[in-house]
Design a binder for this molecule. Sequence first.
Ligand code: ATP
Length: 234
Amino acid sequence: MAEALLQVRDLEGWYGESHILHGMTFEVGRGEVVTLLGRNGAGKTTTMRAVMGMLPKRSGSVKYDGRELIHLKSNAIAKAGIAICPEERGIFASLSVKENLLLPPRVKPGGLDLEAIYKLFPNLRERSTSQGTKLSGGEQQMLAIARILRTGADLLLLDEPTEGLAPVIVQQIGATIRMLRETGFTIVLVEQNFHFAATVADRHYVVEHGQVIDMIPNASLEQNREKLKTYLGV
Ligand code: ATP
């Protein structure tokens, strides 16, 4: 693995009284694409939210580029260089594509301007005046991913970007993730679809009951296929 950009150690997390994360430990090298795989309710989304400072009660260690972030609020974590694209996408239906793209503040030097985003996502340039409501599910997902590039983040947390999308659109999302990786971004991807995960990621962390129970390099996914199917219950 390349030098670790994100190091998560013994991360615990709660929703109110419910203790959800039980010592999540994983790391992501600079320039890597890593997935969190696991069944519904395993704690993948909660992990992303805890890393981003969006879980009110959490403990353990989240280091980004060597700097401890566990006690910081989300806005400070965004300034450090992390951005999240949530599962629900958060596209404003009454705003145009362009207006949606301009919503996130550029909190860190290096945040992409509109022109740079359109270069990476030519389809969004064509749709720039369309309202959020007029976009297909796939276009909305592209917009949700493209939008977080404004902040200047180097590490992108993508929560189930393929959910509910047709296979041909899932392929496009895969191409987008590979393009972002080639552009220099580091990516943590929450996925349930390991066939898709295998087409984009370097390594896979298997999450169960709020813990990492296994790590499988993509190169050895084939040998581990049966084990992985058992983990995922498919
Ligand atoms: P999914 O694919 O279903 O989102 P996941 O692995 O991302 O699965 P989480 O969404 O992190 O799982 O949920 C982990 C656990 O936390 C589940 O038991 C879920 O019911 C619980 N949970 C999630 N959100 C909340 C919340 N806002 N309040 C209380 N409990 C929650």
